[in-house]
Design a protein. Structure first.
Lengths: 229, 229
DNA sequence: TACTTAATTTCGGAG
DNA sequence: CTCCGAAGTTAAGTA
């Protein structure tokens, strides 16, 4: 890992064309050849970058000024960094990182709802998780108190394409006589957060929306098996 | 901008829970309080981070070891960095960055197709760009040689949700007697790249697919007004 | 390897 | 300010 602070200009040509005017920035050169160009602001996304695999070649431009050219391995993406002045340049051996351990993503939400389906609608019981259909798995297939089938689509953030996805499942499921014997399959769209447009579309399609409280769900549980660390 | 290389452990609690075991990493502390934790690999995304607005507080943990606690301004997100050993620590004044100039994104694709609609289908002429409907704007509204209306949805990468979007527009447009007088409104799904699943769904819905060659389109043009720099 | 889906997505623009 | 859609999305899991 090499850290450089330099006044520089940057030009990228690849999936798009982009240009950074002359300014002072941090250049992070990783050992796999990838380069990140950061300013002192914004979020974690660099102003410009090159993803691995790629190689950095230090040379000079037509005017003899130092220029670093980063080329991608497979595509013809190119990143040109014209160096005006180097203010800092150090290298560090970091070794291999053990990586990030996560807990609390959609998969865990699905696990918890599978254990407590009644929080979605009174009397709901689980039939099967990841119920397979020809176009993909339904997150939860349940049955309500009247014995009607209920398909549940779970999202962390409920947006319009999640409703579309559930609609496709329902269209398919409602062609199955074994599921619709007592009536049409209902849909429940469950998410920690539901966007207004998604809610409108769901209502329009006769799909119920359920806001999920992750912390409350975890509280209902003994809480042991979902903690990874 | 402060650059620190340190052996550290990291714990994040907020929208999810995450943990980084002890290892050597680069900590980038920006002047807006945000913190990025990078390893020597991966792409531009840090292993862990805290987005601004947030504040860093340097203190010690219960065992007296240095610990940096980053807290978010509004939410209760917290990032704890337990410092085992500092290997490098420098600060740099970068100033404000003039920002990135881009060229070649979806907006430019739409501009070019609006100027050359016949590349999508023979005899196609433009009626209006960003044709407003109750559920949002249709990218291009055109008319074919027979005077039939054609709705065009443009994507850089054509995926299934783009086809769904165009389907919604068509459903709506086909309820408008003014547009359907000579026949139903047709749909064209135009993209630089069309995923197989999207193509299947489009065909199933009677929507035509058009692969767009950005470079060729730019070549048909005089080429001056689309170059930003 | 290719494709699909989630993401602490981030980022920009419009209402 | 929120809401919505695009992104050089990236990254992880699966067929």
């Amino acid at each position: 890992m090499r850290l450089v602070v330099a006044r520089c200009q940057v030009d990228y040509a690849g999936r798009l064309t982009a240009h950074l005017p002359l300014a002072t920035r941090v250049l992070m050169l990783k050992s796999d050849g990838s380069v990140l160009i950061h300013s002192d602001g914004g979020s974690y996304k660099p102003l410009n970058w090159m993803s691995p695999p790629c190689t950095v070649k230090e040379g000079v431009d037509e005017d003899g000024r130092p220029e670093w050219v980063v080329t991608a391995g497979k595509t013809d993406d190119t990143l040109r960094i014209l160096i005006d002045e180097v203010l800092h340049d150090t290298s560090h051996d970091l070794g291999v990182d053990p990586g990030l351990q996560k807990d609390g993503v959609e998969k865990h939400l699905q696990e918890l709802l599978a254990e407590h389906p009644a929080t979605l609608a009174d009397g709901l019981t689980l039939v099967r998780r990841e119920y397979m259909t020809a176009i993909g798995p339904v997150d939860l297939m349940c049955r309500d108190a009247d014995g009607l089938s209920v398909a549940v689509e779970i999202k962390r953030r409920g947006e319009i394409d999640g409703v579309e996805q559930l609609t496709r499942y329902l269209d398919l499921l409602n062609r199955d006589p074994a599921l619709t014997r007592k009536g049409a399959v209902r849909g429940i769209f469950a998410a920690q957060e539901i966007k207004p447009q998604a809610r409108v579309l769901a209502t329009d399609r006769g799909i119920a929306c359920a806001l999920v409280d992750y912390d409350a769900l975890r509280g209902m549980d003994d809480g042991a098996e979902h903690r990874l660390f």
